[in-house]
Design a protein around this ligand. Structure first.
Ligand SMILES: Cc1cc2nc3c(=O)[nH]c(=O)nc-3n(C[C@H](O)[C@H](O)[C@H](O)COP(=O)(O)OP(=O)(O)OC[C@H]3O[C@@H](n4cnc5c(N)ncnc54)[C@H](O)[C@@H]3O)c2cc1C
Length: 391
């Protein structure tokens, strides 16, 4: 870790840790934090913006903190936020994930209009790729964008879209054709208040997370809202995922670290058979396993982020998939061990490890399921460049 973080990033970690403890942990402790997802996301964003943290998700030219977005900084922030609250982590992450396509490939006008608003918390960002019949298989995207003069007309459905209904804009993938599979896909910035765009359903999840479906029916967007060229949508979406997968791993590290801390507290304080449970070999082994996996996960995450930051593009896809795969799977095991060390108390609604148990699960599903990540890694190993099953 020492090699992967310079002095500036180490200082950022200290500041982020203090911010999470002072500004986020008290919010997460409130009863309404889980019940009122939208209110909690808005409050987290307000606090993140006020402290200047949202500036980390866009480049300096458009209101950001650094000349180029630092993925290591994003990973450090996500670990600290997730340690305090999964919802705060999601609020932060979506600002980056939703706006990154514009940062990578948007026109100057789109960047000027939206990136400073994302960095100041005035605009909430989202990314809309998944459809009822196109999750892992993005190339099966059925939403269409038909060119009509200076506009495109969008029709289709999206599902499981984080921030659905509260986002000010969606980076949305649609089929422009011609071109089979992934080659006919393009990305659009669709404002949340466009006529023809609606949110027919909010979807309740096992842990707090604002999410829902989108319906597009004759939704007209100007051609100037296209992000990148026609047919480039899949590539831009994949580049965005390459960048953000390590940060999902970082959030997993945050959950795992919190779980280990809670488990250590329990191991020291609870006595059974006349001694602290931390003196039993089985409990000690579980703590040791969790600690080693946590450290390994953080190293993979920071290494993948460093490769991106240093533009080692040939290694990024492999490293980023490996980091997300290992960190999210290890965090699931670590949280489960922490619940076990708590005994029956571990499943009591509202205690930290119970919340972590619900929060950690989704990370193995979104931004590439563990199965898809193994496939990405295997393709890299076998020297197969094309990553879309249907491209
Ligand atoms: C909390 C949460 C937030 C999300 N936020 C967003 C968002 O903001 N924007 C967005 O666009 N999407 C979002 N999603 C959707 C997410 O990206 C998809 O759920 C994910 O890509 C998996 O797609 P699916 O659900 O259709 O599962 P499927 O693709 O139907 O997969 C079902 C199972 O089959 C396996 N499988 C599929 N294909 C293969 C294969 N080729 N080889 C081996 N196994 C395979 C999968 O690994 C999985 O186990 C979110 C999901 C969650 C849970």
């Amino acid at each position: 870790v020492i090699d992967l973080l310079d002095e500036g990033l180490r200082a950022l970690r200290e500041r982020a840790r203090a911010f999470a403890a002072e500004a986020i942990a008290p919010l997460a402790a409130r009863e309404e934090h889980e019940a009122d997802e939208e209110g909690s996301v808005r409050e987290c964003l307000r606090r993140l913006a006020q402290a200047g943290w949202l500036r980390e998700v866009v480049p300096q030219e458009h209101g950001g903190a650094r000349p180029r977005v630092s993925l290591r900084a994003l990973c450090i922030l996500r670990e600290e936020l997730a340690f305090a609250s999964g919802l705060a982590d999601v609020a932060f992450a979506m600002q980056g994930l939703g706006s990154f396509a514009v940062t990578l490939a948007g026109s100057e006008a789109l960047r000027r209009r939206w990136l400073p608003a994302v960095a100041s918390g005035r605009a909430i960002a989202a990314i809309a790729i998944t459809e009822p019949q196109a999750g892992s298989d993005i190339a099966a995207t059925a939403t269409t964008a038909r060119r009509d003069g200076d506009d495109y007309v969008l029709d289709g459905e999206k599902t499981l879209i984080s921030n659905a209904g509260i986002a000010d804009f969606y980076a949305l993938l649609a089929r422009t054709g011609p071109g089979e599979g992934s080659r006919g896909l393009s990305l659009f910035l669709v404002e949340g208040d466009r006529p023809g765009l609606s949110v027919p359903r909010r979807i309740p999840l096992i842990a707090p997370h604002p999410i829902g479906d989108l319906a597009l029916s004759g939704c007209r967007v100007p051609a100037a809202n296209r992000v990148g060229e026609e047919g480039e949508g899949f590539r831009i979406a994949m580049r965005t995922l390459d960048a953000f997968r390590p940060s999902v791993g970082a959030a997993a590290v945050g959950f795992a670290r919190r779980a280990l801390e809670e488990a250590l507290g329990r191991a020291r304080s609870v006595r059974r058979f006349g001694r602290p449970i931390g003196e039993f070999g089985a409990v000690r082994a579980a703590l040791a396993e969790s600690a080693v996996e946590l450290e390994a996960a953080r190293l993979l995450v920071l290494r993948a982020a460093a490769l991106w930051d240093e533009e080692k593009s040939e290694d990024v896809t492999f490293a980023s998939a490996s980091a997300k795969l290992f960190a999210t799977e290890a965090a699931q095991r670590g949280v489960d061990r922490a619940v076990q060390i708590h005994g029956g108390t571990g499943v009591v609604r509202g205690i930290p490890v119970e919340r972590l148990y619900r929060e950690v699960r989704a990370l193995r599903l979104y931004e590439g399921t563990s199965e898809i990540l193994r496939e990405v890694i295997a393709r890299g190993l076998l020297g197969e460049r094309d990553r879309s099953p249907r491209a």
